[in-house]
Design a binder for this molecule. Sequence first.
Ligand SMILES: Nc1ncnc2c1ncn2[C@@H]1O[C@H](COP(=O)(O)OP(=O)(O)OP(=O)(O)O)[C@@H](O)[C@H]1O
Ligand code: SF4
Ligand SMILES: [Mg+2]
Length: 330
Amino acid sequence: MQLLDIRNLTIELDTPHGRYVALEKFSLKMSEGEIHGLVGESGSGKSLLAKAILGITDRRTHVRADRLNWNGKNMLAMTNRERRQLMTNEIAMIFQEPAACLDPTANIGSQLIESMPHKAETPWWKRKSEQRKLAIQLLHKVGVKDHSRLLEAYPWELTESQAHKVMLAMALARKPKLIIADEPTTGLETATQAQIFRMLEKMNQLHNVAILFISHDLHSVGRWSDRVTVLYCGHLMESSSGKKVLEQFKHPYTQALLNSSLSSQLDLTKKADLPALRGAVPLLQHLPVGCRLGPRCPHAQKECVKPPVIRTVNGHAFRCHFPLEQETKS
Ligand SMILES: Nc1ncnc2c1ncn2[C@@H]1O[C@H](COP(=O)(O)OP(=O)(O)OP(=O)(O)O)[C@@H](O)[C@H]1O
Ligand code: SF4
Ligand SMILES: [Mg+2]
């Protein structure tokens, strides 16, 4: 069953220099239980897209779309209350900076309990102990051993890794249909990264939860996802099955991401440049004419000053005048 159906979603931002398009005519479909990887360098519009899906953009951000449907319902026509309900019951988000998203005035135990759906059948005198039991179970599920200390701790007392785990536990508490995980493993030690991947995988396999996984690391995400979409400067550059994007990629940008990822040079922390391409990601107010990758692309030709359109061949979408051809492995 189809959960998310986005067609031609555009996000514009008001800045002191004027209004700029940060994401242009972006389309995405996700079904129940699907894992979709969304990959691109810093500033490509990944987090803005996640916020637009959740309806949590600020006043400077303007979202329009031909279609933005959840379970067949138009999200753009929903009231604030309906949108909040959707976020409480069906879509959970793991934010890129989890510590900043937790309430600094409440301890983790009460925030975890707050995120649990209310069970009307539990008598009130049992409710508190049941909720605490569930909070402990959730913390164990996300790999926290020292639950007593964590339940009493305040957000500012947590390490980044602990804050990530708490956000994940809060997401699990709601038993959502879709988890949007915005770089949930960035900045974490390798063992914790692997643990988070395993946990999301388990949620996906046991409960058929769909996952929109946002990352810089195409190689890891591609191996794990049913479908992958590559974004650059607010444009979809390539989208196909994880296997096709890794093995039969057609876009020079995908190739550059993979080269960086595979040669383990990928430490694309904020605003870092992609070593496989010359230059840096342009600012929104200085986007090149024609193909957005043009000035950085090793395959650019005269024709590339005209904007390439998205072409789709056997479910494999790409935006390039001169798509790459990979040798098919026998
Ligand atoms: N509230 C805002 N006001 C102005 N510009 C913004 C705002 N939010 C995002 N932007 C700009 O929009 C573009 C896309 O931002 P976004 O946060 O979606 O990038 P991203 O792909 O998530 O990057 P990263 O990998 O660094 O998280 C960037 O150029 C960013 O500077
Ligand atoms: S359209 Fe041209 S500049 Fe753009 S990615 Fe393709 S070859 Fe490179
Ligand atoms: Mg982001």
